[in-house]
Ligand binder design. Structure first.
Ligand code: 5GP
Length: 113
């Protein structure tokens, strides 16, 4: 069964899409944890970080290039931001299609809860 992110990629459910290319889509998180909270999602279905392999290295790298681009576009490059992949239950993953969180626009606590 498709995850919510696959449904967004297929335009079956709406999302506030802020970036798209042939391999990646990015949209605002529905439940933002910071003034800027964007999810950067590969179109390829990969359930968790445990499922990436060497063939995905370029794609994973590209996700960070998109994060950098979107940070600049949202004027948080200089103030700072955080990028996060959550993996499985203890990592707080709730959608099983890998995604990179881009958070910024406020000071973020460390360590995370
Ligand atoms: P995870 O907990 O898996 O790392 O992150 C999943 C994220 O997806 C959460 O931050 C959650 O708010 C977001 N999310 C869940 N469902 C939707 C949705 O339907 N639309 C959007 N835009 N974000 C969603």
């Amino acid at each position: 069964m498709d995850t919510i992110f696959q449904k967004i990629i297929k335009r079956e459910i709406p999302a506030d899409i802020v970036y798209e290319d042939k391999d990646i889509i990015a949209f605002n998180d529905i439940n933002p944890q910071a003034p800027i909270h964007i999810l950067i999602v590969p179109k390829k279905i990969i359930e968790t970080l445990n499922d990436i392999n060497e063939n995905d290295e370029k794609l994973i790298g590209r996700m960070f290039t998109v994060a950098k681009f979107l940070a600049k576009k949202n004027n948080i490059s200089e103030t700072g931001y955080r990028t996060i992949f959550n993996c499985n239950d203890d990592g707080g993953q709730t959608v099983y299609h890998i995604h990179l969180h881009l958070l910024g626009g406020r000071a973020l606590n460390w360590p995370p809860g």
